[in-house]
Every structure is written in C-alpha cells, then in structure tokens.
Design a protein around this ligand. Structure first.
Ligand code: ASP
Length: 613
C-alpha cells in the first residue's frame, strides 16, 4: 500500500509555513466543491486545515478529490500558501493559510456515518457509546481527554515533587467488601475460590505505611458492583494517597497544594491557598447537604423558635414527636437529633407561581419531606413587610418577628420544611436549595468553590438491619475524646474523617486511620463482626499492625469527577474514553458477554440462570 508519511500536523500550520511543501495525514472533516474547486477541511488530533484542489490540478487529482467523503482517512502532499485577505477565516486557528494539494491518496474509506463528527455530538448516548471511536473524534471529546491527560500528568508531577512514591497495588485481591459489592474473578487453579477486584487500594496502602513508604500515591482503578444509580461507573479512577506521621491538617494542606498546582497548570486558574472548612453538622444545618454547592450562599435557617407562638399544628407536632423520639432513643443509648423546622429565604421570588412552588416541593418530597410550606413577604399596610399566602395565616400574630428574624425583605419567598426527624427537614430543604441554585442560574461551571467537610459521624444506625455501620469505612480513627464511650454511645462518635467538596459534588474522602490492632478490633466488633469473622477477613491487616504500625492517614480524590468538573461537564462519561452505559454495559464491545462452556469448565463454574418472570 502506498503511504505518505506526514511531515507535520494539521493544527501546526500557520503563516510562517507559507511556501513550504508539507505532507499531512488525517480525516476529511468536510469536502465542499465550488465551481470545480474542492475545499477539503482536513482534521487530525492537532487541529483542522483547509486543503484546496483547484481547477489547475491534474484531472486525476481532481477526480480523487471529488470522491472524498466525510471521515475518509487520507494523505495529502501540498504547498502551504497564505489565503487572500478576503478568504481569511478568523474562527479557525489555521484560518490564515491553506494547503494547495499536489498529491493525494486515500488511505482508507469510511462507510455511511451513524452520526456526523461535530464539536459536540447531539447523537443519543447509546449510539455515541456504540460507535465510541467516532464519538471520540469530536472536538469536545478530544479536548476533554487531553485535559484528563494533562491533569494526570500534573498530579504525578506534583506528588513526585513532594516526595511521594507511586506504587502499584494488586487488582486481584482477597474479597473484603467495603460497603459495595465486590467484582469477583474465579480462580482456575483453586476451584471454588475467587479473587476480588479492589473497591479501593485501602488495605494495601495502609500496609505500605507499615512497610515504611511514608508517602504513597497511585492513579488507581477501583471497582464497585453497585446497582445503576446516577452517574456511576462499575470502574472508576481515584488519586489514591496515604501518608504516615501526619494529622488531619497535614493531609488537607497537601491536597490544597496538589489542587492548586493542577488547576494552575492545566486551566490557568488560581485557587485559594486554603479551602474553607465546615463541620458535617453545620453543613447539614446550613445547606442541608454534606456536599453543599457553595457557589451561592442562601443558607437555611432554624425556624423552630417561631413555631411555638404560631397556630401551625403540623409544625408543632413535628417538633413534639421529634422530641419524644429523641428521648426514647436516648434511653437505648442511641443519639438522634429530634425534630426540626427549617426555613429558606429566596430573595426576590415572591412572584413565584403556585406551580413553581409545587415543583420545588417535589424536590423536597424526593427526600422524604411530607410537604413544604411557603409564605410571601409583601409590603403590607405601611410598607414595612407582611406575610401573605400559603402558611402565613398561622404566623399572623408574629409576622414582624419572623420577617426580621429571618432577615427577609419585601418581595422574598419563604420556604419551610418540618419533620420529626431534623435530618429529613434539613436534607429535604437542602434539595430545594440545590434546585433553586440551578433554576436561578447560580451555578456557573467556570467557578470552583471548594470546601472541606470535617468531623463526620463515625457510625450510622442501620434501621433495616438494626445495627451500627461505619459512615465511611472501618479503618477510620474515632476521635480521641469519644473512644472511651464508643461502645455505649456510638451515635455521638465523630471520626477523624474529611471530605473535599466542589460545586455540590463530593470530590474526595479520606480519614486518619486506626493503627492500633486493639482499637481496630473494637470497631470491627461494634459494626457486627465477631472476633473470628474479623480475623478471617481482616486478620492480615491487624496482624501487620502488630509490627510497629505508624500513625497514618490518607485520602482519595476521584479523578473522573475532578476532570468532569474542570471540563464544565455534568457526567463522568464525558471524560472517560470507554465508559459503560447506565446499565453497566459497553454497547461497543458488548461487555459483559456470555463465555464458552470450555471457559466455564476450566473455572469449575456452572451458571444458574434466574427464572424468567
Ligand atoms: N479508600 C477510600 C475510598 O475509596 C478513600 C480513603 O479513605 O482514602 O473511599
């Protein structure tokens, strides 16, 4: 086959190259014919350039040019020349020049395309994933994968610069489910035994600390077999980090330096030197979320103080029932927060229609709110403000105190959610706040508002199984002051846990770890592993801890999410070359697939299909 190897790339050409003969390899982006002249827009990874086959060209060349269809892969040799002033295209990086073709060969042809290659494809997601190789040719996907490459490089550059070692940990490990289901790999050599794909390198990175590698990182692939929910992928990538002889603030400031470097280097964005910190309790009280979007303020307020003087029985009941639940639980040693009534003042939105308010209520109901009350602040008789509409009649005697207490102004809308579980009131109204942020255009994708959420509860009560679970993972250090009463009042224990949030997304989770085998075994027992079971599952970790384990801690920012937010996207599929669809299937190669009986026999497996419904 005749080939013409490229001497340069499409995006590299400019006015200074005028007069040079070059060879280009690339794809036909468009081919237009005007009065016998072919204008071929030729594209490669580096850009697009106009190739011209004019009327003076040999007939053979002109005929070949006329044959070119979109996405043919071709080689062209030609002369770079400046375009006449009237033909300059300022929208194109190479718009001041064109290449006059002298020789052209078709390297390969392209069949009828399932969709056109645009800057951003508007084809259906399933089609984009089936023909991902074509989708990846789009300008947007090319840019995003470049950004991902640049971010990964900047991470390595910074981490190695700070003295971290990048160490690979196994992708075949012992199954130690960390919360999600493991992906299992059957062992051929040991019938009935399985490897698990890691949900994260957590245990290995902690063991590396025992080994004395006191600063470790890895761009690590993690696997979790969870039901399709939101924007999840069965496999995803974390920037996995662990450090010895550190406290929480050391880990936090290391990440602030890392992100500062990555954003400066790849986006030319200067982040603040330190990120604000919020306790988990405050995040829930003020924003109704442990991953608040802080691109806008709109804090929630406690409406409890106004309930007693009102005539609103539903609110009074929520608080009274909550208090009764709190007391009943306290007797059992379970700490719960009681009831709550929360308010959100939406500036200038007293003109919201009933339908708009109902839509907001819908968001609250998704998070288990029984309903959402509202009132509008109107000028009133003397212009100083009155409450009108919705629940206002219940607060008639106390309107001035409500308005001034909440800091509301004439023209504002007040939204209220009450529940006997304060957490539900918080989270439901928080969902309303998040929706309002989007509806009101407060979520500029080019703004990056980072925050640390700290002091998370160590344990959460699992109502279904009537037992305590760890909120993050079982290797988290319970804060010193709670250790003595950990078993008697698990609900009040705070872990040395931290999350990094960005624009309403959880970007990283981490913690200071337990390094004492006795304390580790207490946590195992509390979450329901008897000593024999704990030994069977995690004995290798607690045994390692018996050989001089250093105090240590770490964190794991999600790379996919980070790049997604940096690219201003809302789905991680936009920054992963070959993602699965929302049903954990790859439409391109059709994974997962059935395998031959021979393969199953070798693995000592037989399949029991679920009965058809
Ligand atoms: N291994 C943890 C996770 O994947 C992160 C960490 O604690 O470092 O969530």
């Amino acid at each position: 086959m005749e080939t013409m190897k490229r001497t340069t790339t499409c995006g590299a050409l400019s006015k200074v190259d005028a007069g040079k003969t070059v060879t280009l390899n690339g794809w036909v982006h468009h081919n237009r014919n005007h009065g016998g002249i072919s204008f071929i827009s030729l594209r490669d990874r580096y850009g697009t350039v106009q190739v011209v086959v004019d009327e003076d060209s040999p007939a053979e060349l002109a005929a070949l040019a006329a044959e070119l269809k979109n996405e043919y892969c071709i080689a062209v040799e030609g002369l770079v020349r400046e375009r006449p002033a009237s033909m300059v295209n300022p929208a194109m990086a190479t718009g001041e020049i064109e290449v006059l073709a002298k020789k052209l060969i078709i390297l390969t042809k392209c069949e009828v395309l399932p969709f056109q290659i645009e800057e951003e494809s508007d084809a259906k997601e399933e089609l984009r994933l089936k023909y991902r190789y074509l989708d990846l040719r789009s300008g947007g996907m090319q840019k995003r994968l470049k950004l991902r490459n640049d971010v990964t490089f900047a991470v390595r550059e910074h981490m190695i610069g700070e003295g971290f070692y990048e160490i690979e940990t196994p992708t075949f490990m012992k199954s130690t489910p960390e919360g999600a289901r493991d992906y299992l790999v059957p062992s051929r050599l040991y019938p009935g035994k399985f490897y698990a794909l890691p949900q994260s390198p957590q245990l290995y990175k902690q063991i590396l600390m025992v080994s004395g590698f006191d600063k470790y990182f890895q761009i690590a692939r993690c696997y979790r077999d969870e039901d399709a929910r939101g924007d999840r992928q069965p496999e995803f990538t974390q920037i996995d980090i662990e450090m010895s002889f550190v406290d929480r603030d050391d880990v936090l400031s290391m990440i602030e330096r890392l992100f500062g470097h990555v954003f400066r280097k790849t986006l030319d964005v200067q982040l603040p030197g330190t990120f604000r910190r919020l306790s988990f309790d405050d995040a829930l009280e003020l924003y109704g979320s442990d991953k608040p979007d802080l691109r806008f303020d709109m804090k929630m307020q406690d409406f409890g103080p106004y309930v007693e003087k009102s005539t609103f029985q539903a609110f009074k009941d929520a608080l009274a029932n909550g208090e009764a639940e709190r007391l009943a639980n306290a007797v059992k040693g379970i700490t719960v927060s009681g009831g709550g009534v929360k308010a959100l003042v939406v500036p200038g939105k007293a003109d919201y229609s009933r339908k708009q308010i109902e839509e907001l209520e819908g968001a609250a109901k998704i998070y288990k709110a029984k309903g959402m009350a509202w009132m509008k602040v109107t000028p009133g008789a003397d212009g100083s403000g009155a409450l009108e509409g919705g629940a206002s009649k219940f607060f008639a005697d106390n309107a001035t105190a409500v308005i001034s207490g909440l800091g509301a102004k004439v023209g504002d809308l007040i939204l209220l959610v009450a529940d006997s579980k304060r957490r539900i009131a918080n989270i439901a109204l928080g969902a309303v706040r998040t929706k309002l942020g989007k509806d009101l255009g407060f979520c500029d994708p080019a703004r990056f508002e980072f925050a640390w959420i700290v002091d998370f509860p160590m344990f959460e009560y699992n109502e279904e199984e009537q037992k305590w679970d760890t909120a993050h993972h079982m290797f988290t250090w319970p804060q010193e002051k709670y250790q003595a009463t950990m078993e008697t009042d698990p609900g009040s224990v705070k872990g040395d846990l931290y999350d990094l949030v960005l624009n309403g997304f959880e970007l990283a989770s981490g913690s200071i770890r337990i390094h004492d085998p006795v304390l580790q075994n207490r946590v195992f027992r509390l979450v329901g592993f008897d000593p024999a079971e704990a030994e069977k599952r995690f004995g290798f970790l607690t045994t390692a801890f018996k050989y001089g384990a250093p105090p240590h801690g770490g964190i794991a920012p999600g790379l996919d999410r980070l790049v997604m937010l940096m690219a201003g996207e809302t789905s991680i599929k936009e920054v992963i070359a070959f993602p699965k669809n929302s049903f954990a299937v790859s439409p391109m190669d059709e994974a997962p697939n059935e395998v031959d009986q021979k393969q199953l026999d070798e693995l000592h497996l037989s399949i029991r299909y679920p009965e058809k419904k």
